[in-house]
Design a protein around this ligand. Structure first.
Ligand SMILES: C[S@@+](CC[C@H](N)C(=O)[O-])C[C@H]1O[C@@H](n2cnc3c(N)ncnc32)[C@H](O)[C@@H]1O
Length: 219
């Protein structure tokens, strides 16, 4: 039986020390190529005005942007400390003219309706205080036919896999955070139930080896 979900945070990753540890971890994930960029591209998010929810230090969106020549990226991030690092990283990638990081909460996005051709997000869903609101916001800010793709961990992953990943996660200091994120993540069934109640009506939920993915479009 899958254990009950335990909320990890409703405010994102704010603390400077935690942000620094997360940045080290996200860099190792980037270097291994474990960033779900392929999922975003395969979903059809390849160009135009694209929103990333919860970019953190930015590597995922920046790696995606490297592959998407005719695109501009807006990152909506609740944590100012994360935005500082994301801006530095955008400079290191030489992509600062194509990215804009905005501080704000995805429960109430500071954007007009029909603003984006695509919305992507990795590893942030489990931190959203009210994910139903966020899916409705995604639907609002997407242009008609705009595409979204959201990836995250899933709580119904097998115990063996969970511990294998736990012991291979670096730096070691991130391991307790890895477990609390996993405990806060959704199961495939929970995500399906949630989406049924949302205004999004064209979507598919996919079970991945370690995580989950929901992709769809605004019809
Ligand atoms: C676990 S990190 C993932 C970062 C990055 N997407 C990655 O895959 O490396 C989750 C990020 O989502 C941000 N976040 C959490 N809740 C948020 C919200 N309500 N609105 C905007 N950003 C949020 C956190 O501050 C954090 O930077």
């Amino acid at each position: 039986m899958v254990r009950k979900r335990i909320i990890e945070t409703n405010e994102g990753i704010q603390n400077e020390v935690t942000v620094d540890i997360f940045n080290q971890f996200a860099k190792t994930m980037r270097d291994k190529g474990w960033n779900n960029v392929d999922s975003f591209l395969k979903a059809g998010i390849t160009k135009g005005n694209v929103l990333e929810i919860g970019p953190g230090p930015g590597y995922v969106g920046l790696e995606w942007l490297k592959e998407s020549e005719n695109a501009k990226l807006t990152g909506l991030e609740i944590s100012e400390n994360m935005i500082k690092i994301a801006n530095q990283n955008a400079k290191e990638y030489g992509l600062q003219s194509k990215v804009d990081y905005v501080q704000g909460n995805c429960l109430q996005m500071p954007f007009d309706e029909n603003s984006f051709d695509g919305v992507l997000s990795n590893g942030s869903l489990h931190e959203w205080e009210d994910p139903l609101k966020v899916f409705n916001e995604i639907n609002r800010v997407l242009k008609p036919n705009g595409i979204f793709c959201i990836t995250d961990m899933r709580r119904d992953v097998s115990g063996i896999l969970k511990w294998m990943i736990y012991f291979s996660t670096k730096p070691k200091k991130i391991r307790p955070g890895f477990l609390s994120s996993l405990n806060a993540s959704y199961t495939i069934e929970e995500l399906r139930e949630l989406l049924k109640q949302s205004r999004v009506n064209e979507y598919m939920v996919h079970k991945e080896f370690f995580g989950l993915r929901v992709s769809g479009k605004k019809s």
